[in-house]
Design a protein around this ligand. Structure first.
Ligand SMILES: *Cc1c(COP(=O)(O)O)cnc(C)c1O
Length: 491
């Protein structure tokens, strides 16, 4: 008997009304109850949190859109596989499955396991970065930057000039500017370059992808000068999905073929498995045994034995299945199609958003949303606090609060001031996304009520995680009163 072909397409379908909407291609079988406290409680909670969304407790949070790290939903197959884990210290069969998934998906024979993405960065930086060396990259991730700096290296970000403009039609804002790359190598000499790093779906600039055409150009330069090319594949699934949608040459290619095109162009691939529906894990892989041998000793030193690397065997099973599921377009398109839906509905209402929509989350331009708040009063932080207050939705500030001070104690103002609303995979429903849209539109209409923030307690390192702030003026109370006026007794 013939059976129906498995759905592998994208989530966005056409409704009879003519409207295009994302449709969930999964059903929910394990649920977690959510709590939406009244605005008066939310006002208390954000005050106790020092107007810093990192310091909120999830008891007070309705939709947690802080991050996609370790928060994606697991599939039934992943949970099933976790029950069959082989918990041997050495020679675990679970590791064999991890290794064969890496070989099938990334085409790399040798795998070093690590407890998460930044642990891979520790091993790679310790092995390949010498003091005074440079790592050219499309854009940094916070932990990448830190590990390269700890080893005495520094980074050079070589995006094209328009990559940081908020609204754009450039489909590949994550591309590396290859002429700048060449210039850096020629000016500093090959010996000064530790390796070249490409980050899929550049996290900090709005989940923006790079193209395969661009990666081929980068590869050419790497070959010409004999430099190692490292791919951070933590968010490669989304990047591959955007290539299929936006790079004409690959419109008929499968996600598997696109992924392989990226990894075949790389000497070393590493990834955080927290982004493939696991709460822990990562790995470094390559076909070059000599490169792997140079890193190998650090695995038992920092991570654990070669067949678990600090990851629980149950999670190793989940990662092996999760990696294979990355090849399913109907799975990896879920988050980008919800993000696109949200960004487009907000843009249509005149709300300034980072465009084109990327992976990871929807990014609101806080300087455009709150033009009356100077950067010295942290507009993105104020927007994150105000949005939590009026909705119970927790986003993350990505702006000057997440930056640092210079030697004179002045804030180094961030290039962009963003509120990131992360969209973990298969976690939220469309009505929840519509709630976010509705409340953000309401806040935009009432934006003049929102004021700035000032520090009252400022840690020296990574201040955005635990710093405490206070509102300038009594704007949270005014906003709360206006909410009650408009919504009555409603939550
Ligand atoms: C999350 C992430 C990392 C770090 O991974 P962890 O597992 O959180 O340590 C590195 N690079 C990118 C692009 C990421 O998104």
């Amino acid at each position: 008997m013939a059976s129906a072909p498995e759905n592998t397409g994208s989530y966005t379908i056409k409704f009879a009304s003519g409207e295009k909407m994302p449709l969930e291609m999964h059903k929910v079988r394990v649920v977690q109850k959510l709590n939406l406290p009244p605005i008066e409680r939310r006002l208390e909670a954000i005050r106790d949190a020092g107007f810093n969304t990192f310091c909120l407790n999830t008891r007070d949070v309705f939709l947690d859109m802080l991050t996609d790290s370790g928060t994606n939903a697991m599939s039934d197959r992943q949970i099933g596989a976790m029950m069959c884990a082989d918990d041997a210290y050495a020679g675990s069969q679970s590791f064999d499955k991890f290794q064969s998934a890496v070989e099938d998906v990334f085409g790399k024979k040798f795998l070093l396991p690590a407890h998460q993405g930044r642990a891979c960065e520790n091993i790679i930086s310790q092995t390949f970065v010498k003091p005074g060396q440079i790592v050219p990259m499309n854009y940094h991730f916070t932990t990448t930057h830190a590990h390269i700096a700890v080893n005495g290296g520094h980074i050079e970000e070589i995006l094209y000039d328009d990559a940081l403009s908020i609204s754009s039609t450039n489909p590949f804002k994550g591309n590396m500017d290859v002429s700048k790359l060449r210039k850096i190598i020629e000016e500093n000499g090959v010996d000064k370059i530790a390796y070249i790093r490409m980050e899929a779906s550049t996290n900090l600039i709005g989940g923006q992808p790079f193209s395969i055409a661009n990666m081929r150009e980068v590869r050419k330069v790497a070959d010409e000068f004999g430099i190692i090319l490292v791919l951070d594949a933590s968010l490669i699934g989304e990047n591959a999905y955007f290539v299929k949608k936006r790079e004409a040459e690959f419109k008929d290619a499968s996600v598997a073929e696109i992924l392989r095109a990226f990894t075949d162009l790389s000497d070393i691939v590493y990834f955080s498995a927290r982004k493939v529906s696991s709460s822990r894990g990562g790995g470094i892989c390559s076909n070059d045994e000599e490169l792997i041998d140079r890193m190998r000793e650090l695995v038992p030193l920092y991570e654990g034995f070669f067949t678990y690397g600090g990851i629980s065997v149950r999670e190793i099973e989940a990662i092996a299945v999760g990696l294979r599921e990355t090849l399913d377009e109907s799975m990896i398109s879920q988050s980008p199609s919800f993000i696109e839906y949200l960004v487009e509905s907000l843009v249509a209402d005149g709300i300034p958003m980072v465009t084109p929509p990327g992976g990871l989350g929807a990014h609101v331009d806080a300087m455009g949303f709150l033009p009356h708040i100077p950067q010295s009063e942290y507009p993105a932080g104020a927007l994150a606090a105000a949005f939590y207050l009026i909705s119970g939705v927790r986003g993350m500030e990505r702006g000057t609060l997440s930056s640092v001070r210079d030697e004179n104690g002045d804030d180094i103002l961030s290039d962009v001031e963003l509120l990131r609303l992360a969209m973990p995979r298969r976690v939220f429903t469309l009505s929840q996304v519509k709630y976010v849209e509705d409340r953000l539109k309401w806040l935009h209409k009432n934006r003049d009520l929102v004021g700035g923030l000032k520090f009252v307690q400022e840690p020296k390192i990574l201040r955005f995680f635990s710093g405490k702030l206070a509102p300038i003026g009594d704007w949270p109370e005014k906003l709360t009163a206006k909410f009650r006026e408009d919504f009555g007794e409603s939550l």
